[in-house]
Design a protein. Structure first.
Length: 130
C-alpha cells in the first residue's frame, strides 16, 4: 500500500469517526446517561481526533520530508497523534473532575514529553546497532 492509498482509506475512516461522534453529540446526553454515555462520547472523539491528527501529520510530513521512508512518516505521525489525543482527552477528563489546573497540565505534558524522549532514544539505539 502506498502513501496515497493509505491517506484515502485513513481519511475515509476519519470521516466515519467524526460522523459517529456527531451522532453521539446530537443523540446522547453524556451527563444524563452517566458513564456509558461518557465512554461512548470519549471513544468516538478519540477515534475522530486520532484520525484527524494522524492524517494531517502524515500529509505535512509527506510533503516536507519526501526523502524519508513512508513507514517512518506513518509511525511518527501515529505516535505523536496518539499522544496529542491522550492530552486532549485527559484534559477533558480532568476538567470534568474539576482537577484541570496549570500544575496538572504541566505534569501531563511532562509525562508525554518523557515518553516521546524514551521512544526517540530507543529508536536511535535501534538504528545504530541494527
Amino acid at each position: 500500500m502506498n502513501l496515497r492509498q493509505y491517506m484515502i482509506i485513513f481519511g475515509f475512516g476519519t470521516l466515519v469517526a467524526f460522523a459517529a461522534w456527531i451522532m453521539v453529540v446530537i443523540n446522547i446526553d453524556p451527563i444524563s446517561t452517566g458513564l456509558p454515555g461518557l465512554v461512548i462520547f470519549l471513544l468516538t472523539l478519540f477515534a475522530a481526533l486520532l484520525g484527524l491528527f494522524t492524517t494531517l501529520g502524515t500529509l505535512m510530513r509527506g510533503i516536507r520530508f519526501k526523502e524519508r521512508d513512508v513507514e517512518d512518516i506513518l509511525t511518527t505521525s501515529m505516535r505523536q497523534s496518539f499522544m496529542l489525543v491522550i492530552l486532549v482527552i485527559s484534559s477533558l477528563l480532568l476538567f470534568r473532575a474539576e482537577l484541570f489546573t496549570w500544575l496538572t497540565m504541566v505534569i501531563l505534558i511532562t509525562v508525554l514529553a518523557i515518553v516521546e524522549f524514551i521512544v526517540l532514544s530507543q529508536k536511535k539505539k535501534g538504528t545504530r546497532t541494527g
